[in-house]
Ligand binder design. Structure first.
Ligand SMILES: [Zn+2]
Length: 176
């Protein structure tokens, strides 16, 4: 896995290689789902971004890692390169991978923008979009959708929220 210069998550991917997960469904437990939504609400009106890591090869997003939006923008997000490097070191040490890469849209629908699509570099990840356009910082309905983005092609997948994934509890990375 490599961290690209612009601070986005990426790794070398061989075109034509079968994506790691092609089941067309994101299964996420209630705690991780709630944490992603809470993060999106908290950072509104700026876009929130982060990762839900899981054991390599498991397709189970278990450990939510809220990241800082280095762009601090209502229309754009960017992982801080130092944070991202730290996150990857942390995930490598735990034999994890970024199962979910999430960010929020605060004024538009929960669908990847052209920029999101062009910068998506993890064909094996679930790209989750949360839109807080309706309720902002307050409780209320949010859109929560998941997509696979492979070579510029966006495929929406079903989101299945389950009560729990067994013993594993989401465990946030320590923030500075
Ligand atoms: Zn976006």
């Amino acid at each position: 896995m490599t961290v690209s210069e612009c601070g986005r998550i990426g790794r070398v991917w061989v075109p034509g290689e079968t994506p790691l997960y092609s089941r067309g469904v994101l299964t996420i437990d209630q705690a991780a789902y709630d944490a992603v939504v809470a993060h999106a609400r908290r950072d509104h009106p700026d876009e929130a971004c982060g990762v839900v890591a899981g054991p390599a090869g498991s397709d189970r997003p278990e450990r939510i890692v809220p990241m800082l939006n280095a762009a601090r923008s209502p229309t754009f997000y960017e992982f801080d390169p130092t944070d991202l490097l730290r996150l990857y070191q942390d995930m490598d040490a735990r034999d994890e991978e970024p199962v979910v890469i999430y960010h929020s849209h605060t004024a538009t629908e929960a669908y990847p923008s052209r920029t999101d699509i062009s910068l998506a570099q993890e064909p094996g990840a679930h790209y989750v979009l949360v839109s807080t356009r309706e309720c902002g910082n307050d409780e209320g309905p949010v859109e929560f959708r998941s997509f696979r983005i492979v070579e510029g092609e966006v495929t929406e997948e079903e989101v299945r929220v389950v009560p729990a994934y067994g013993a594993s509890k989401p465990q946030p990375m320590e923030q500075q």
